[in-house]
Write a protein that binds this ligand. Structure first.
Ligand SMILES: NC(=O)c1ccc[n+]([C@@H]2O[C@H](COP(=O)([O-])OP(=O)(O)OC[C@H]3O[C@@H](n4cnc5c(N)ncnc54)[C@H](OP(=O)(O)O)[C@@H]3O)[C@@H](O)[C@H]2O)c1
Length: 342
């Protein structure tokens, strides 16, 4: 019997200074199409098992110049996915292979073999790690911290958005490097998790009325300023941290989720960069694609040794739950990596 592929596509762009509407028929909508019976040459048919939800997807909905072209109206939403090959016309893939690819938000994906990556078995790791520590989040944390920020052992590091997918990796990598870690997140439960489970030396809830004063006191007085900021959040938190830099500090500008749904207000304290001869550098993880395997081998070794904890937040609703899962990233529902199991 013919199989059906359910796709979630972009129906309407959200306003640049507003949120995505998760109801189907608003920002996104669904359609059901037949899974092709015949595959093109050198292709695979993937039955998708897990889909990714990432804050970057908010940016892909904007009709603006960026590192990737915007998703077009009517196009299946771009997303990373993990799944199993169920048909193949490629000599490189067999039925049953576990793979990752930019499948998009759909239940079945026909992909050219060259755009699909076979996932090797790694001791201690699970398939789903390919969306977390061994996937884009881990690559972002690893290269952002060690290459962009050039973290050295014994330094003082601040990680914003620390309980999320990238942030929770960065906190642990910095601790493995022997650094002091100050973390920020959006709930007392996340703050506890960061300190008690992931090893952060200090952590602060940015929703507390005393957050800014507490963070500055910790960074400026207790730790005598900081060497590295790994920033996932931007906005007010980044602005406050500009006042906490040591001489020659480095800021790795990974993300700015606090400004993704609004018009950014700008940074008032940027002159500290001059006074402290500090550097601020944005980066895109794809730049490091040729070095992913180097990072994966190290990260998989730490997973195998039990040195890296991973946490997943499983969204509900299957393929139809993808828009809500994306919106939930903006209210901080997730601790660790948000995934949609199909
Ligand atoms: N440069 C790159 O190549 C690259 C690659 C991957 C990701 N990123 C960026 O890295 C950041 C983290 O991505 P991720 O995949 O790890 O997502 P994530 O942190 O797992 O999820 C997003 C988190 O952001 C926090 N958040 C939401 N709204 C916020 C606000 N207004 N202020 C402060 N925090 C807020 C929420 O946690 P709370 O409960 O703490 O609010 C939420 O859990 C994002 O900015 C993303 O765009 C960049």
């Amino acid at each position: 019997m013919a199989r059906t592929n359910t796709q979630i596509f972009l129906a309407n762009r959200p306003p640049n200074d507003g949120a995505i509407d998760p109801k189907l028929g608003a920002t996104f909508d669904q359609r059901r199409v037949p899974v092709p019976e015949q595959l093109p040459a050198d292709s695979v048919l993937i039955e998708v098992k897990y889909l990714s939800c990432d804050p970057a997807m908010r940016g892909w909905l904007r009709d603006a110049r960026s590192y990737l072209p915007p998703v077009q109206i009517g196009e299946t939403m771009r997303a990373a996915g993990l799944g199993v090959v169920v048909a193949s016309t490629s000599s490189a893939f067999q039925v049953g292979d576990e793979v990752s690819a930019t499948t998009g938000w759909q239940t079945h994906a026909v992909m050219p073999a060259k755009q699909v990556e076979k996932l090797p078995k790694r001791e201690g790791a699970e398939l789903i790690d390919a969306l977390g520590v061994l996937g884009s989040s881990g690559m972002t944390g690893y290269w952002g911290l060690f290459d962009v920020a050039g973290l050295k052992g014994g330094e003082v590091v601040v990680v914003t958005g620390a309980a999320g997918s990238v942030g929770s990796v960065v906190v642990q990598l910095a601790k493995l490097k022997g650094c002091t870690v100050i973390a920020t997140a959006g709930s007392d439960d996340k703050v506890r998790w960061l300190k008690e489970e992931l090893g952060a030396d200090a952590a602060f809830n940015y929703k507390s009325p005393t957050f800014s004063a507490d963070l500055k006191k910790c960074c400026q007085k207790e730790y005598k300023f900081v060497d590295v900021v790994f920033d996932n959040v931007g906005g007010e938190q980044l602005d406050a941290l500009l006042l906490c830099l040591r001489r020659y500090a480095r800021i790795a500008l990974c993300g700015a989720i606090s400004d993704y749904n609004r018009a950014p207000a700008g940074l008032r304290n940027y002159q500290t960069l001059i006074a402290m001869e500090a550097k601020i550098q944005g980066f895109i993880v794809f730049t490091y694609a040729s070095r992913y395997e180097e990072a994966r081998q190290q990260l998989a070794k730490w997973i195998g040794e039990g040195k890296l904890k991973r946490n997943f937040c499983y969204a509900e609703g299957g393929i139809l739950g993808t828009p809500q899962a994306l919106v939930d990233l903006f209210s901080g529902v997730n601790k660790g990596k948000m995934v949609v199991p199909l």
